[in-house]
Design a protein around this ligand. Structure first.
Ligand code: PMP
Length: 296
């Protein structure tokens, strides 16, 4: 089949991934007009499932896409889709598109939303025990401010982040660091940013997606009494930091060892990262935070 036996959910049913179909007139394809969210299953549990569902529903509300299913239905469908793929550790992506009408014009009239649930085996982007980390390069392109397109909406319009990534790759860096229009540290493509500066963890406050992994890191900081500030973060803070790391649902906690040629700390993942990464691994495996996929 070429899809490794994977199945996904499209508009009402589970189908082999290779047979999933969506119109070429869909507004997601034509205009990036849709929203998404990503959740992971770890050890048979969907981590912070309701937080992700809530955020997806807020994204739909913000772009005025009528919800194609209820929260409860989405929960059940997600569990069914992970089960059907016989996975304990999974990457799950919900994609909600505006849908299509019978013209290729930018007119939402008559569109009906499509829901896709894509399930893949969990993809390790970075081994938690690795002794290395990412080298970041500040992108020339800036993150759009909320007045242009709210970064709180997880929209299917990710071109800004794709372009930043292309810049980073062409400069032989591993990943991009995006600044806001004022030149402050903002995000990496698909990641929030944390900077350890003089013993305090800093994380940007404006023009970011308020990541759920970011929220988990804040919980860990509170538990471990590590001082944390949500504030403006300057490039200087990153360059002079003891440690820098990135956070995302799909990638977890990812250490950074270099920013624009400045070596961060000792040039390898630091002690704060090690502590937070361990605590986060425990958190994603904990029944307190996870929804069982295969029943308890
Ligand atoms: N910022 C952006 C733009 C993202 O797409 C993501 C990935 N969802 C994040 C930050 C990290 O958010 P989370 O921890 O909720 O995955």
């Amino acid at each position: 089949e070429g899809d490794g036996g994977r199945v996904c959910y499209v508009n009402g049913g589970l189908v082999p991934e290779a047979e999933a179909r969506i119109s070429i007139l869909d507004h997601a394809l034509l205009y990036g007009d849709g929203v998404f969210d990503t959740v992971i299953a770890w050890d048979g549990r969907l981590f912070r499932l309701d937080d992700h569902i809530d955020r997806l529903f807020r994204s739909m509300a913000a772009v005025a896409i009528p919800t194609p299913v209820s929260r409860e239905e989405l929960r059940d469908l997600t569990i069914r889709a992970v089960r059907a793929n016989k996975l304990d550790n999974a990457y799950v992506k919900w994609i909600v598109t505006r849908g299509s009408n019978d013209t290729p014009l930018m007119d939402p009239a008559g569109c009906a939303a499509n829901l896709i649930i894509l399930v893949r085996p969990y993809i390790h982007r970075y081994a938690p025990d690795s002794r290395s980390g990412l080298r970041l390069k500040t992108a020339a392109i800036r993150r759009p401010p909320g007045q242009v397109l709210s970064p709180q909406i997880k929209s299917l319009n990710y071109l800004n982040l794709v372009l930043a990534k292309i810049e980073a790759k062409s400069a032989q860096a591993d990943e991009a660091l995006l600044l806001d229009i004022h030149g402050r540290v903002c995000e990496a493509p698909g990641y929030n940013v944390f900077v350890a500066s003089r013993g305090t963890l800093l994380t940007p406050q404006h023009d970011i997606l308020e990541g759920i992994t970011r929220a988990s890191v804040m919980e860990i900081a509170a538990q471990q009494a590590v001082p944390l500030r949500i504030c403006d973060v300057e490039l200087y803070d990153a360059y002079a930091a003891e440690e820098v790391f990135l956070t995302s649902t799909a990638g977890g906690l990812v250490p950074v060892v270099e920013v624009d040629g400045r070596v961060i700390g000792e040039g390898r993942p630091g002690p704060l990262f090690a502590r937070f990464s361990k605590a986060y691994q425990e958190m994603i495996a904990s029944p307190d935070w996870g929804t069982a996929v295969h029943g308890e």
